[in-house]
Design a protein around this ligand. Structure first.
Ligand SMILES: NC(=O)c1ccc[n+]([C@@H]2O[C@H](COP(=O)([O-])OP(=O)(O)OC[C@H]3O[C@@H](n4cnc5c(N)ncnc54)[C@H](O)[C@@H]3O)[C@@H](O)[C@H]2O)c1
Length: 438
C-alpha cells in the first residue's frame, strides 16, 4: 500500500492513530517537533506506556507501514492526508491554548504539495477553531475536523473500536478520504459541520466529567447517610437511560483531557454569555473531591504532622504512566502541606516530582510501610496483593481507598480498618487501633 498519510504529533493520540491505521493496513509517516522522540520511535521505543503500542510499533516498523521523520517536509512528501494531533492545553483563564495547532498548520502552509491534501484536525478544540484554521489551508488543500474519543490505557483498542466516527467538513467530498480509512471497521459515520464536530467532542467530555462529579456527590451523600455508594450507583446505572459507565466515585477526574475540556467549554459559554452553571459546578465538585480525600485521611488518623502516608498510585488512571493533571499528585501536595511525608509507589510511574522529603519507591509493600495507606490510582495490581502481606506494615492499621478498588472485606479480614468513597467504615481492627493510640 502506498504511504500517503502523515501524522503530526506523536503523543497519545498521534501514536494511537498511527499504530491503529497501520493495523488497518495503511502506511503512515510520523513527524514531531521533538527530534529526540522521533529518534527513539525510529528505534522502536514508545514515548510512554500504553497497552499494545510498543509491540505494534516494532511490528509496523518491521513491515514498513510506520516511518518517522525529523523533517516535516520529508514526512509529508507524497502525502494527500495529514492528521494533526498536537496538544491543546488549558491556559490560566480556562481557554484552550491553540498555539501548537496554529504553528503546525502554518508550517504545513509553507510547503509545496503535488496533490491537494486533506488536513484532518484531531486535537480537541473549542467550536469555531477549525473554521479559522481552514483559512490557512485555502488555496492548497481542505481542512476537516475529526475528534478522537479514545481513552488512555486502552488507546489503540479504542481507536480500532470507536462507537462512532464523527467528521466535520464544509464539503462532503473533503471528508471522504479520511472516512475511507475506517471503512473496514463498519462503524456509524456522522458527517456534519466542523463546528458541530467540535461541539460533539467538547460536549461528550463535559458530560462524562459531569457523570463523575455526580457519582462523587452521591457517594459523599452516602457517607453521611451511612449508605453504600456501590449499591446506590449500581442501582442508578442499571437504568439504561443513565448507564453505569463513568458513574464511579473516587478522587475526581484528572488527566490531560476532562478538566481542560470542561474549562474550555465553560470559557466558550461565558464568552457568549450563555449558561455555564453545569460546567462550573462539574469543576467545583471535582476540585472539592481532592480536599475531601485529604480530609478522610486526616479524620482517620488525627493530625498528619510527622506521619508517613503510603500512597499506591500516581498515574491519573490505570494503564498509563501519564501524570499530567494527576489528582493523586494534587492530593499528595495537600497531605504534605498538612505535615505528612509521602512514600509512593506506582507500577508505571518511575519518575515524578514529589514534595520535599517524600520519595518514590520500587514496590507496593515498601510504600505500605507507613502509618496509613492511601490508594489513589485504580491499578488492578493493587487488588491482587493479599492484604495479609501488607497489614502488619501499616502502623495505624488504616487503609483509605480513594478509588474503591480494594475488596473491603478482604482488607478488614486482615485486621485493618477500611475506608472507601461512599463506603461505610468497616473494621475489625479496633483493639489494634486503641493499642496504637495508647
Ligand atoms: N490523551 C488523550 O487521552 C486524548 C484523547 C482524545 C483527544 N485528545 C486530544 O488530542 C490532542 C493531543 O493530545 P495528546 O494527549 O496526544 O498530547 P501529547 O502532549 O501527548 O502529544 C502532543 C505531541 O504533539 C507534538 N507537537 C506539538 N507541537 C507540534 C508541532 N507544531 N509539530 C509537530 N508536533 C508537535 C508534541 O511534541 C507532542 O509529542 C489534544 O488536543 C487532546 O485534548 C487527547
Amino acid at each position: 500500500m502506498n504511504r500517503s498519510i502523515c501524522t503530526i504529533g506523536t503523543g497519545y493520540v498521534g501514536m494511537a492513530s498511527m499504530v491503529g491505521l497501520a493495523e488497518l493496513g495503511w502506511a503512515v509517516n510520523g513527524y514531531d517537533i521533538m527530534p529526540e522522540r522521533i529518534r527513539k520511535l525510529q528505534n522502536g521505543v514508545a514515548p510512554y506506556r500504553e497497552a499494545g503500542i510498543e509491540d505494534a510499533l516494532h511490528k509496523h516498523l518491521g513491515n514498513g507501514r510506520l516511518a518517522f521523520f525529523e523533517s516535516l517536509e520529508e514526512a509529508t512528501r507524497g502525502t494527500d492526508l495529514i492528521i494533526v494531533a498536537v496538544g491543546t492545553p488549558a491556559r490560566d483563564d480556562g481557554s484552550a491554548d491553540l498555539s501548537a495547532l496554529y504553528i503546525a498548520v502554518e508550517e504545513l502552509a509553507k510547503l509545496k504539495f503535488a496533490s491537494w491534501p486533506t488536513v484532518v484536525i484531531r486535537s480537541t478544540v473549542p467550536p469555531g477553531t477549525s473554521d479559522k484554521l481552514a483559512k490557512l489551508v485555502e488555496g492548497w488543500g481542505e481542512l476537516v475536523y475529526a475528534p478522537e474519543f479514545l481513552r488512555e490505557g486502552s488507546a489503540v483498542y479504542d481507536f480500532l473500536h470507536p462507537d462512532r466516527i464523527v467528521v466535520g467538513s464544509e464539503s462532503a467530498g473533503a471528508a471522504v478520504p479520511y472516512v475511507k480509512l475506517f471503512e473496514s471497521l463498519q462503524k456509524p459515520v456522522l458527517f456534519t459541520s466542523r463546528s458541530n464536530a467540535e461541539l460533539i467532542k467538547c460536549g461528550s467530555n463535559a458530560f462524562l466529567a459531569l457523570k463523575i462529579s455526580f457519582a462523587n456527590e452521591i457517594a459523599n451523600l452516602c457517607d453521611v447517610l451511612g449508605a453504600t455508594s456501590d449499591d446506590v450507583l449500581r442501582g442508578i446505572g442499571y437504568d439504561r437511560r443513565i448507564g453505569s459507565q463513568f458513574l464511579n466515585p473516587g478522587i475526581g477526574f484528572g488527566g490531560p483531557c476532562f478538566e481542560k475540556d470542561v474549562k474550555s467549554i465553560e470559557h466558550v459559554a461565558a464568552t457568549h454569555n450563555m449558561g455555564r452553571e453545569l460546567f462550573s459546578a462539574t469543576l467545583r465538585v471535582n476540585e472539592a473531591q481532592q480536599k475531601r480525600i485529604a480530609d478522610l485521611v486526616e479524620d482517620a488518623v488525627g493530625s498528619l504532622e510527622g506521619l508517613t502516608v503510603g500512597v499506591w498510585g500516581l498515574a491519573f488512571k490505570a494503564g498509563t504512566d501519564d501524570v499530567r493533571d494527576s489528582l493523586a499528585l494534587r492530593i499528595i501536595d495537600m497531605l504534605a502541606e498538612r505535615g505528612a511525608t509521602i512514600v509512593a509507589y506506582d507500577p508505571a510511574v518511575h519518575v515524578t516530582t514529589l514534595p520535599k522529603g517524600s520519595r518514590l519507591v520500587q514496590t507496593a509493600l515498601e510504600a505500605a510501610n507507613a502509618d496509613v495507606l492511601l490508594v489513589l490510582t485504580e491499578w488492578p495490581e493493587f487488588q491482587a496483593i493479599p492484604p495479609q502481606t501488607y497489614a502488619s506494615l501499616i502502623r495505624r492499621r488504616m487503609v483509605i481507598d480513594g478509588r474503591n478498588v480494594l475488596d473491603a472485606e478482604r482488607v478488614i479480614c486482615a485486621g485493618l480498618t477500611y475506608r472507601g468513597v461512599g463506603r461505610p467504615i468497616t473494621s475489625n481492627a479496633e483493639p489494634l487501633l486503641l493499642a496504637s493510640a495508647l
